[in-house]
Design a binder for this molecule. Structure first.
Ligand code: NDP
Ligand code: 8X3
Length: 252
């Protein structure tokens, strides 16, 4: 059966791959992000390749009114969101906490925690009304452990871990599934963003071992979303084989 899938942060990395996986299954997609040109291009690519319906909504997830308006602006036929993939997120900076840049902190808290809440708050009533839905939060190994200089990013992903559990409990009376997918290192634009555009620092993060690809994660997200109604995956931690924890890598 065709489902309606809303993916936040679909312009790049894990979100972009999720869009491809669900499009291949002929689902209908609502893709979001700030970079409108990319959203347009992805919509065109997926529409042409798979003949599916794709709607894009360009907004900054940190802007609560923009998030609310975007969801409220959906025509009724697009409000039947079956799966919400809360993927938009970022790390900004990699400093000790005592040297942390407060603008970086705010960017991460506003995007990873508050943005996820704004979007979920707008979509959950639609799911409750239909007594149906699945929220898949993209957490991180950084939500399970802390590592040197990861401080605030790790705190935001620990918040995603806690919010996933909290959503599952509060949404239980409505039979809405809530899952978390928590990856280790995935090669995306993540490190370029973390190092404020410094590509050589970003590349160094993935040197000497095989990191996960965005498709590795999309594959699992798609699987989790495809299980029968009575089965829910609460939490999955997915690591590169060459990474045992935040700080343990098998590098050449
Ligand atoms: P990318 O940087 O490749 O993608 C991030 C996505 O988030 C982009 O589509 C970006 O869209 C969107 N985004 C960021 N800020 C905002 C904003 N303010 N408003 C709207 N959209 C926003 O990184 P990944 O694919 O790696 O990251 C996706 C998720 O996976 C994040 O939550 C990240 O924390 C998590 N993760 C990543 C890991 C990794 O190693 N890469 C490991 C574990 C978890 P745009 O810029 O167009 O707004
Ligand atoms: C991204 C993975 O290890 O850089 O969440 O925090 S890590």
């Amino acid at each position: 059966m065709t489902k309606t899938i809303l993916i936040s942060g679909a312009t790049s990395g894990i979100g972009r791959s999720c869009a491809e996986y669900f499009a291949r299954n002929r689902d209908r997609l609502i893709i979001t992000g700030r970079r409108e040109e990319r959203l347009k291009q992805i919509k065109n690519e997926l529409t042409e390749k798979y003949g599916i319906e794709v709607l894009y909504l360009a907004f900054d997830i940190r802007d609560k009114n923009a998030v609310k308006n975007a969801i409220e602006s959906l025509l009724n036929e697009w409000k039947n969101i079956d799966v919400l993939i809360n993927n938009a997120g970022l790390a900004s900076g990699l400093n000790t906490i005592q040297d942390g840049d407060i603008d970086d902190w705010e960017k991460m808290i506003d995007t990873n925690v508050k943005g996820l809440l704004y979007l979920s708050r707008a979509v959950m009533p639609l799911m409750i009304e239909r007594k149906k839905g699945h929220i898949i939060n993209i957490g991180s190994i950084a939500g399970k452990e802390v590592y040197p200089n990861g401080n605030v990013y790790c705190a935001t992903k620990h918040a995603v871990d806690a919010l996933t559990k909290a959503m599952r409990v509060d949404l239980l009376p409505h039979m809405i599934k809530v899952s978390q997918i928590a990856p280790g290192a995935v090669e995306t634009e993540f490190s370029i963003v973390r190092f404020h555009g410094d590509k050589s620092k970003a590349d160094a993060i993935y040197n000497g071992y095989k990191p996960l690809t965005p498709n590795d994660i999309a594959d699992v997200v798609f699987y989790v979303a495809s299980l029968p109604d009575h089965v829910n995956i609460n939490d999955m931690l997915i690591m590169p084989t060459a990474q045992a924890s935040s700080g343990h890598f098998n590098k050449e």
